[in-house]
Design a protein around this ligand. Structure first.
Ligand code: SF4
Ligand code: MG
Length: 322
């Protein structure tokens, strides 16, 4: 187990009250696997990622629970120590490649900064490593591109370069937050293939954040579905597509755009993700759930284990496979 997260809570104060962005989630990441975190926007996926990266500032935010990297506790770690881990042992790839680069500096300069900070090498060696990495992410004419500026690159190329930067230090974990959402469909497939290729090459663990089940099917080994700050279902990709359990998961899978819906109204989950300042009592999905019972409105559902997968829903209570 490279990463172990237990009962993680991330709360913020806002003018509208306390925001429970992440509210008691637990999960583990194995070496070499890809875990997808799935859910609509506002479910707490990105906050989870930023918290693991140590990028949530406390105060004003409050982080509770435990994040263990290879057994070492990260919650409460002073920032100067977190800086040695962030970008070295855990890297992140963001959604908008263009926003992640400084327009005033060349690609090479921005890569060199990361290499010089985290790798114990001289400038010539750092440059050699950076150009090597550009070649690994299939940037043509890498030596020439190294001296060019971000605006001279396409979105797909910038995303490759961001992946190259994330991998420069050979991290244990890469967190990819919607890395293909801003790209054209054809480029998306190339980036997903590249990530798969590099993951095998480096045997790294990946947390892949997405709202797109097509992407999940492509890249993930296991899936955790998040809703309103909680994980509501955990399963292998195969199991999730074959036999989704939580009504929210079923709704998400059902509302994918499919060919047979052509010319018809698309199915969707009624209502919206609740505001994190105003969460419903009981199961947070109950106002949108077609199966909601009385107990769902009053009590949080327990996490029920079912042969390798788990689901937090009253429909499955008492069916634990122990
Ligand atoms: Fe629906 Fe109740 Fe299950 Fe929540 S606990 S998903 S409201 S059936
Ligand atoms: Mg997000």
């Amino acid at each position: 187990m490279i990463l172990q997260i237990s009962d993680l809570k991330v709360y913020f104060n806002s003018p509208d009250g306390l925001v429970k962005a992440v509210d008691g989630i637990s999960f583990e990441l194995k070496r070499g696997e890809t875990l997808a975190l799935v859910g609509e926007s506002g479910c707490g996926k990105s906050v989870t990622a930023l918290t693991i990266m140590g990028l949530v500032k406390c105060p004003p935010a409050k982080v509770e629970g435990s994040i263990k990297l290879d057994g070492k506790e990260l919650v409460g770690l002073p920032d100067e120590e977190y800086r040695k881990i962030r970008g070295k042992r855990i890297s992140m790839i963001f959604q908008e490649p263009i926003a992640s680069f400084d327009p005033l500096y060349t690609i090479g300069k921005q890569m060199m900064e990361v290499a010089m900070t985290h790798l114990d090498v001289d400038e010539d060696e750092a440059k050699r490593i950076c150009i090597e990495m550009l070649k690994k992410v299939h940037i043509p004419l890498a030596e020439k591109r190294f001296d060019e500026y971000p605006h001279e690159m396409s979105g797909g190329m910038l995303q490759r370069i961001m992946i190259a930067i994330a991998l420069l230090t050979n991290p244990d974990i890469v967190i990819a937050d919607e890395p293909t959402t801003a790209l054209d469909v054809t480029i998306q497939a190339q980036i997903l293939n590249l990530l798969k290729e590099l993951q095998q090459m480096y045997n790294m663990s990946v947390i892949f954040i997405t709202h797109d089940f097509g992407v999940v099917a492509e890249v993930a080994d296991r899936v955790h579905v998040m809703y309103a700050g909680k994980i509501v279902e955990k399963a292998s990709v195969k199991e999730l597509f074959k036999d989704p359990k939580h009504p929210y998961t079923k709704g998400l899978l059902h509302s994918r755009v499919k060919k047979e819906y052509k010319g018809k109204l698309l199915p969707f989950i009624p209502g919206n993700v609740p505001l994190a300042t105003n969460l419903p009592d009981g199961c947070r999905f109950h106002p949108r759930c077609a199966y909601a019972m009385d107990i769902c409105k009053k009590k949080l559902p327990p996490e029920v284990n079912l042969n390798g997968s788990s689901v937090a829903c009253w429909l499955y209570a008492g069916r634990d496979a122990r």
